[in-house]
Design a protein around this ligand. Structure first.
Ligand SMILES: Cc1cc2nc3c(=O)[nH]c(=O)nc-3n(C[C@H](O)[C@H](O)[C@H](O)COP(=O)(O)O)c2cc1C
Length: 315
């Protein structure tokens, strides 16, 4: 077995370049970072900032595209090629109601004929390598067999599978039987994604799929940024873990302060992260509540300093 490779899952609003750079500096160990999706062929300021080479130095980054129009895919891929990328990822997994209703993301999975034509055109015309991140169907895991057969027709760079259907959103169990079907029948290089949150869940998945050596992690890694050290068997002293976490937090805060205009926007981004981080602190509900309510960066910094100084990690 080759060495296990970990990918950072794309998470819109969370894993932008500020987060990725801070993560790479304080934790690292990620083989590929996937950007949150680009959906519009006219890249806005935010998208350009997220994919431009100056903001992604020293990391292997794969930008992600969300569309069901081949023409738009090709136009976005061309812009990304000009930025220097040689691989792009197609989003066939986003479960959001508005996205799916427009036949994009996991909504595209409900239209296998159209999807097949779309893939035929982009694989014919796109000069870049294309990987796919997919769910196993729109509503029913029975759709998976057909989708897998379609993917078999094209030379994917890799196939990343989050084994849920669109209507699951993030509920219900991951469907490991469906992933096993891909492992058994697909010629593609597979990456598993979904619900890896600690050493036990990682071990469970790895034992089930011994031939798979690529794992993409999203929420588990946001919540516990030290997760990869844990998965590789490293043990870290709690105080050291907390200190590094604090420095990581400060790097993200600093990054958002530079990127965003105004305290409100900066704190909005930080509070999104606290939705994941909060549970890492023992007995800290009152303090976390204040952090959630706080509206000024200066006050926020005092509250977070005190939290890290006075409360222990419970993980
Ligand atoms: C807030 C949030 C934003 C997400 N944004 C994207 C996205 O832009 N592109 C994508 O392919 N998946 C996106 N996802 C899905 C994740 O990449 C990943 O597939 C999912 O969270 C399951 O993996 P996990 O259990 O390791 O978190 C998002 C998920 C969440 C919770």
């Amino acid at each position: 077995m080759e060495q296990i490779k970990y990918y950072m899952a794309p998470m819109e609003g969370v894993t932008g370049y500020v987060y990725r750079n801070a993560y790479a500096k304080y934790y690292g160990g990620i083989e590929r970072y996937f950007t949150p999706f680009v959906a519009n062929k006219k890249l806005g300021h935010r998208e350009k900032n997220d994919v431009c080479p100056e903001h992604n130095a020293g990391m292997a980054v794969v930008p992600q595209i969300l569309t069901n129009r081949a023409e738009d895919f090709l136009a976005i891929a061309e812009i990304l090629r000009e930025y220097g990328y040689d691989t792009v990822n197609l989003n066939l997994g986003c479960p959001s109601g508005t996205v799916a209703a427009r036949g994009r993301g996991a909504g595209f999975l409900a239209m296998p004929d159209e999807l097949d034509h779309f893939l035929e055109e982009i694989f014919e015309k796109c000069p870049l390598r294309i990987s796919i991140k997919t769910r196993i169907g729109k509503e029913n895991p029975a759709e998976w067999e057909r989708l897998l057969a379609i993917y078999e027709k094209y030379p994917l760079e890799e196939l990343i599978v989050h084994p849920r259907v669109q209507t699951d959103f993030y509920k219900n169990r991951v469907n490991l039987e469906a992933f096993a079907r891909a492992e058994k029948n697909s010629r593609h290089s597979l990456c598993y994604n979904g619900d890896i949150v600690d050493a036990a869940s990682a071990a469970h998945i790895r034992e089930g799929f011994p031939s798979v050596d690529k794992f993409m992690i999203g929420r588990g890694l946001i919540k516990h940024p030290w997760l990869l050290e844990e998965l590789s068997g490293g043990r870290q002293e709690k105080q050291e873990r907390k200190e590094r976490f604090f420095r990581f937090h400060n790097a993200i805060l600093e990054g958002y302060r530079q990127q965003m205009s105004g305290d409100k926007n900066t704190l909005f981004k930080m509070k999104e992260l606290w939705a994941y981080w909060g549970e890492n602190f023992a007995d800290a509900d009152q303090r976390l509540k204040k952090i959630r309510k706080c509206e000024r960066v200066a006050e926020y910094e005092c509250l977070v300093d005190a939290l890290f100084r006075e409360k222990e990690l419970c993980v």
